[in-house]
Design a protein around this ligand. Structure first.
Ligand SMILES: Cc1ncc(COP(=O)(O)O)c(C=O)c1O
Length: 392
């Protein structure tokens, strides 16, 4: 049975637009991540899932441990729902949420804040002092590849932490140690230029090789410098993402890797050499009119992914086969005209299945996601949005 026929059979009784996760594909992807991690624990990137039930199911599988959250309010909510280990992937300046964190000993023990600047640390220290608490932090280390010097220096990777060298990391850690109420747990390296770029050209593959070599030495030097500054070995050295899990897991001094997008496998993850893409998340729209022969218009669909506004951020129709978005209208605000290939037969009332360009973002469009196994819905569960959780 084709994918489209299977999803149609499972959800024919449900109204569209609707989101589904194919559990067989999700579980196969989870197993694949564990295999690629080679025994290194995997922290699940919640931004790439945004469905609590899916996070819980994945965390129950051997090989996964802890969540990488994206917002402190999200982390506090997850802890209130029983999650006991959330590393924030990004800094926060939400003083009210920091206050809530410091006030709640269970949350303070479960959440690790991400910092790369003393200004963030000072806000956390203030909240800690107000409640006599100790808050735990992790240092975000810039994992970009820097080539050349001075004016000719080129930055390959994302713009995140200003802390690049072992010396800078050691200095920041030493300054944090001088603050009361803050414990340094470890460091994080997110090598976006390895983890988040498909292997689409020899140039990208070269950047990946150079980055892995650069990090191999820099990571260990940073870990040693931070450990020396805090006076104890680091318990947490996080690295990587779905696209780099193998190289990150094998690197010296890493204690855990992060992955999220490798569970749903959105279209931006289709051309990686490091793993077999097995799409697990889809959304379905119903055809509501036929504007002319060769066209079909579906209701809904304008779910454009974040990042540079290029075509790669549009959703992709995947079933029935051969449908494409039009250049003029793309994925529309409330309806999406599609080009039907010659010989195609798409009628009013038919369901069209799409994949999103990114992993968790599409779940912000839906309150419920239907978890499909084979030809049946095994469970219909709320997304973060469905639980009132819109965090960023
Ligand atoms: C800090 C951090 N770690 C890891 C990841 C990897 O997430 P994913 O596996 O969804 O690509 C990301 C994604 O942007 C990230 O920001």
């Amino acid at each position: 049975m084709t994918l489209g026929a299977r999803l149609d059979a499972a959800t024919g009784h449900l109204p569209a637009p609707l989101a589904v996760v194919d559990l067989d594909a999700l579980e196969a992807n989870a197993d694949d991540l564990v295999r690629r991690a080679g025994g290194m624990p995997i922290r699940v990137a919640s931004k790439s899932v945004r469905v609590r039930e899916v996070l819980t199911r994945v965390l129950a599988r051997p090989g996964f441990a802890g969540v990488m959250g994206y917002s402190l309010r999200e982390a506090l909510w997850l802890v209130s729902q029983g999650v006991d280990d959330v590393l924030l992937g990004y800094p926060t300046v939400d003083t009210a949420a920091l206050d809530d964190l410091a006030r709640d000993p269970r949350a303070a023990a479960a959440v690790t804040l991400m910092v790369d600047d003393l200004a963030q640390v000072d806000l956390a220290a203030k909240a800690a002092a107000a409640h006599g608490a100790t808050l735990r932090v992790c240092l975000d280390i810039d994992a970009s590849l820097q080539i050349g010097r001075g004016r000719f220096r080129t930055h390959l990777g994302v713009r995140r932490s200003p802390i690049h060298t072992a010396e800078q990391a050691g200095e920041l850690a030493a300054a944090i140690v001088r603050r009361d109420g803050i414990d340094v747990r470890g460091v994080m390296f997110y090598e976006a230029q390895v983890a988040g770029l498909p292997d689409s050209s020899p140039a990208v593959r070269l950047v990946k090789r150079l980055s892995i070599a650069d990090l191999a030495t820099r990571r260990t030097a940073v870990v040693d410098a931070v450990a020396a500054a805090v006076g104890h070995p680091l318990e947490l050295v996080n690295s990587g993402g779905s696209g780099s899990i193998q190289s990150s897991a094998q690197a010296a001094s890493v204690t855990e890797v992060t992955a999220g997008s490798g569970l749903f496998v959105p279209t931006l993850f289709d051309s990686y050499r490091s793993f077999e893409p097995r799409p697990a998340a889809f959304f379905g729209l119903d055809v509501v009119r036929i504007p002319a022969p060769g066209y079909a218009t579906a209701f809904g669909g304008g779910y454009i992914a974040s990042g540079p506004a290029t075509k790669s951020r549009q959703p992709r129709p995947v079933w029935p086969a051969g449908l494409t978005l039009t250049d003029r209208e793309g994925a529309g605000e409330v309806q999406t005209p599609l080009l039907v290939p010659r010989g195609g037969d798409v009628r009013v009332g038919d369901r069209v299945w799409f994949r999103h360009a990114k992993s968790g973002e599409v779940m912000e469009r839906f309150s419920t996601v239907h978890l499909v196994r084979g030809e049946a819905v095994e469970a219909s569960v709320p997304t973060y949005r469905g639980e009132g959780g819109t965090f960023g």
